[in-house]
Design a protein around this ligand. Sequence first.
Ligand SMILES: Nc1ncnc2c1ncn2[C@@H]1O[C@H](COP(=O)(O)OP(=O)(O)O)[C@@H](O)[C@H]1O
Ligand SMILES: N[C@@H](CCOP(=O)(O)O)C(=O)O
Length: 301
Amino acid sequence: MGSESMVRVKIPATTANFGPGFDCLGASLGLYNYIDMEFSDAPKVYVKGEGVEEIPLDKTNLVYQAAAKVLKRANVNKDLKIVLENHIPLARGLGSSAACIVGGLMAANHLIGDIFENSELLKIATEMEGHPDNVVPAAFGGFCLSMIYENKIIYKTFPMPFWLKFVVCIPDFELKTEDARKILPEEINFKDAVFNISRTAMLVAAMAQGDLSNMDIFCQDRLHQPFRSQLIPGMEKILATVREKGAFAGFLSGSGPTVVCLTLRERADALGEHMVDIFSRAGIKSCYKVLSSDSEGVKFL
Ligand SMILES: Nc1ncnc2c1ncn2[C@@H]1O[C@H](COP(=O)(O)OP(=O)(O)O)[C@@H](O)[C@H]1O
Ligand SMILES: N[C@@H](CCOP(=O)(O)O)C(=O)O
């Protein structure tokens, strides 16, 4: 394929971990960032939407950094003009950094004629992000299983039930993944490992079959949520009550602070209002969005 003079890509938000699948499960959501990229006589970054006041407009910008890695590897010594239209809120557990990294890598690769394979880009993306569970669904869409093996990323992806809705309740404070990882223990006990692997196995089979019965049990976790709850007032109460309010299950989205629950369209708004109310009683302002799953991942427009 020849190179393009200008590239526009759409990249989805993601919800990583999906309950018990710490660093290995994730799903792609119908909320998108857009990146326009072209070669330029000087580095330029323009931002609209989420993060407009905090995102750097120079080469330190995360999208620019990802794109520059591809250009460097291809020995292309040129600057870029990048325009970002952001709808994924920053540092809320909805994969904003993975969207930047995957979008930046894939857009730059397209600009130079798609010379690198996706497997190569995925490896770079995972190195930059630190774990594969957001970057895989951001790139390919759907419900994703991923792992790092001998410096390669191995993954599986399949579509989620079309009728499934994700109600994401987004607190108005940022929690950087880097900080939310510092709070995790170095070791866990054997019983907790069995608790999580049994639920992860059941969860994957249930999603593959589109059978959401017992999903509240399969989404339980002992590897990260119990430790991160101290950073997110109201989270535990939300997770303890969404089932009785009509959700199949609830869990922390990525490293938080967003809490997500799985439900049907007709129950979604009541659940969203319930989550906002509990956060508010815990002194946290929040808003909710009702999202569909995404099945495409990165799309060139
Ligand atoms: N559109 C963007 N442009 C540049 N940097 C971004 C953008 N979105 C996110 N980032 C960077 O990623 C960081 C958030 O990443 P992270 O802590 O992993 O949270 P999450 O990926 O869950 O949103 C932000 O603080 C910012 O540095
Ligand atoms: N497995 C990671 C996922 C982080 O997701 P993010 O959307 O918060 O960046 C973790 O739990 O640390």
